[in-house]
Structure formats: C-alpha cells, structure tokens
Write a protein that binds this ligand. Sequence first.
Ligand code: SAH
Length: 227
Amino acid sequence: MRPDPSGPPGERAGPDYPQARARMVATQLRARGIRDERVLEALAAVPRHAFVDPALAPEAYSDRPLPIGHGQTISQPYMVALMTEALRPEPGDRLLEVGTGSGYQAAVLSRLARSVFTIERIPALVERSREVLARLGITNVVQRVGDGSTGWHTHAPYQGILVAAGSPRIPPALFGQLAEGGRLVIPTGSRDAQVLRIVTRRGGSAVESESVACVFVPLIGEEGWRE
Ligand code: SAH
C-alpha cells in the first residue's frame, strides 16, 4: 500500500485506489470476458470507493456487492460491467436506470451516453448519490425519487433501460418506454434468484435473450414485488 496521492493533505495514508481499480478491470472484468473497451475504460475511471461508506472504501475494488444502507447494495463490479456491455450505450443516447442506489452504475453510464435519467424509491439514497455525483463533477445524470417499476414517462423514449433490482416479470411500461432498436436489461425471476434478460425492441415487438444467473435486491413497486 502506498499513500493515496489524491487524498487531502494531513489525511491518513490510504490504499492506492487507482492501482486497485486497474487491477479490478484486469482480473475481474477483462479476464472474465468483458470486451467493450469503452465499458472497460468507464469502469477504470469511476472511483467506486467514493460511492460506499468511508469504512468500506478499502473494500471498494473487491469482487462483490457491498452494503450501502437501507438494506440495499452496490452491485459487484463484474455485474455492473456485464449489464453496461449488454445495454450497448452510444454517445448520443438517453438512458434510464431504475434503482440508483449508490449512484455508481449511473456514474458509469454517464461516461457512455448523453444523458442518464435514474430513479430510486428510497429518498435518503437519492440525496446521498446526488451529493457524490455532484462532488465528482458529473452533470448529465438526472435523478428523482419514485417507483421506477413503471419507468419515467416524461423523458421517454430511451435508447436503453437498465434495471438494477430483481423483478418478477418484464414490466410492460418499461418496454413501452424503449425507442425502436432500444434495449432493456433486467434481472427477472424469484425474489432471491434471477436471470439477466436482454430485451430489444424491433418493429414494436420484443426480441429476447438471456444472459447469466444473478442475485439482486428486489424491485419493489407497482410492477415489482410488494414491500
Ligand atoms: N445501481 C445501484 C444498485 C442499487 S441496488 C448502484 O450502482 O449502487 C437496487 C436499488 O433499487 C436499491 O437502492 C433499491 O432501493 C432500488 N429500488 C428497488 N425497487 C425500486 C423501484 N421500484 N423504483 C426505484 N428504485 C427501486
């Protein structure tokens, strides 16, 4: 461990975060088959440690989800990369994320698209993530408190919609807010085990594929689970 050169003067020497992040990209992402260079660059750039409690910051680049309070988690880096790659964001895109949580996934997407709309049902998480994103100088993420299981109608259609919580089904409202050619990436299944599904809108109908098995916190809301 070397002192963190970006830390404020007088602060206790911390882990070398940039080095830990580079190692995470090599061993957890590239080695497991994440190929999209823009996605790898985004995960190499976003300081994941800024999105967790300072006490957990030394764990920020480990290969697992971490608690963010209120019974919620920041997803494992590999899952963030896999979902982002599946979304295939383009620089001009308008994206929707359901389940802002810590704001980390939104920060990653903000580097790959024109704008990111993100909705979260727990007000305290919206407040905290808003502060972190502002501190990092990220200005193309728009946040609100609400039930994202029915999407965010005002800014639709979206070229991509990423749902960061497990849903019992594909909410029709989310599919309805996809632009032609747009993609919905969503874990669906039971409350405690899901499969990542990728739904593309082609000529108004859904073309589906399945990716990996996964475990997300439940999507709570009108089109999700009951609290
Ligand atoms: N993308 C997040 C992961 C957060 S975990 C990150 O990078 O940290 C999933 C989040 O979805 C939780 O914060 C949970 O409160 C939120 N959530 C669950 N159901 C929701 C709903 N219907 N609408 C909006 N957010 C929801």
